[in-house]
Design a protein around this ligand. Structure first.
Ligand code: ATP
Ligand code: MG
Length: 365
């Protein structure tokens, strides 16, 4: 791997087309034959080293216009470091970045003009009200007063803060500050929005609202959105694609469905079974363990659930066997690989490389 200093290009030069088959990119055409929207964020071979520690290694990432991309990973995975490089707030040790065709390290102002960034810890003028803070940002961005007023009001409503708009920010809760942060990012109508853990400190209903708002932005205004989070469950609802980041490396990427499929591809066939009463799970296990085609059975008498690993689909045989022995079957189906499996496989599995962080902080909250 290269450890050369960042490869710099001429100011304003458009990004090179993706290196085929390498970058985390999708085909040039969509399933319906239409051309894929242009690339908005592109990272090639991006690396960041702090001392001897590689915070980000060989990152190839392409995010297209209107796409919501989730950068997911446990604490210390390198998400914030990646974001700082995309924004030109820290220089890459190696590799290149283009945001809307600009090199953020060389042309920070060009990037700043079109990119809204919500950092992990949002800072506001605490003695000013939420509205005053947003108006301040609007003026800084050159919005005419009347336009600014209207925009600020509609954003305060959109993030659910209209009722608290005229209170000083010092009395805001963490979740309220986070909402105000999102509004603040949107004041200048950015083309790209980068949100570092935007749902931190927000209650579940609020998270839903904020995520809906983000999804609407991407859909209606073609804003390209990068969200970092360690909460796979939350952000996957609105992300078109996710990238799973562990120990500085992007170890998997794609839609959640694609990741599930990949997981299922290499995994044995598993049948999920549920019986009642729940204690009958033990008896069911003994009955099913002996069936032809069954390799192992896990049973949990507390939930009444069993997982039957098998070499072929034995659902019919399971149903018959349990029925014949008077065990009430209340659930039966092929196991589908979902988010929890993805989380376990990718966040805690063995694919993370030598830079992998301990997994203690890796579980969803
Ligand atoms: N300024 C710095 N100096 C030295 N090491 C750093 C610096 N910033 C980050 N690191 C290290 O780089 C790694 C990646 O950190 P980063 O903040 O990018 O992770 P993250 O994925 O954003 O984590 P979190 O979910 O906790 O926000 C960590 O091991 C961290 O300790
Ligand atoms: Mg972070």
């Amino acid at each position: 791997m290269s450890t050369l200093p960042s490869e710099q290009t001429v100011s304003g030069a458009p990004a090179q087309p993706a290196e085929q088959g390498r970058a985390v990119e999708q085909p040039a055409t969509l399933a319906n034959g239409q051309a894929r929207p242009p690339a908005v964020i592109e990272a090639r071979g991006l690396c960041k080293r702090y001392g001897q520690h590689w915070a980000v290694r060989d990152l190839d990432l392409v995010i297209h216009e209107g796409e919501i991309f989730g950068l997911l990973g446990p604490n210390g995975a390198g998400k914030t470091t990646t974001i700082l490089m995309l924004l030109g707030l820290t220089d890459p040790t190696a590799g290149t970045v283009r945001v809307l065709g600009h090199d953020p390290w060389r042309e920070p102002l060009a990037v700043k003009a079109s990119v809204g960034y919500l950092p992990e810890n949002v800072g506001f003028y605490d003695d000013m009200t939420g509205r005053q803070n947003l108006m301040y940002t609007a003026r800084l961005n050159g919005l005419p007063e009347a336009v600014a007023k209207e925009r600020v009001q509609s954003l305060l409503e959109a993030v659910g803060l209209a009722h608290a708009a005229d209170r000083p920010v010092r009395v805001y809760s963490r979740g309220m500050r986070q909402r105000l942060g999102l509004a603040d990012v949107l004041v200048k109508s950015p083309r790209v929005v980068i949100l570092d853990e935007p749902t931190l400190g927000i209650d579940p209903a609020g998270i839903r609202e904020i995520l809906d708002l983000i999804a609407r932005l991407a859909r209606e205004e073609r804003v390209t959105i990068l969200i970092s989070s360690h909460l796979l469950h939350q952000v996957q609802q609105i992300c078109h694609r996710v990238g799973i980041f562990v120990g500085g490396r992007l170890i998997a990427h794609g839609s959640v469905a694609e990741l599930s499929q990949k997981l299922a591809g290499g995994a044995p066939l598993v049948v999920d079974v549920e019986v009642e009463p729940k204690e009958d799970a033990r008896r069911a296990r003994d009955l099913l363990a002996g069936l032809e085609g069954v390799s192992s059975v896990d049973a949990d008498p507390k939930t009444g659930r069993l997982q039957v690993s098998c070499s072929r689909d034995v659902r019919a045989k399971i149903a018959r066997t349990l029925l014949e022995h008077g065990v009430d079957l209340v659930g039966l189906g092929l196991h589908t690989y979902g988010l929890d499996d993805i989380y376990h496989r990718y966040f805690q599995g063995g694919d993370a490389g030598e830079q992998r962080e301990p997994v203690a902080g890796a579980r969803p909250a």
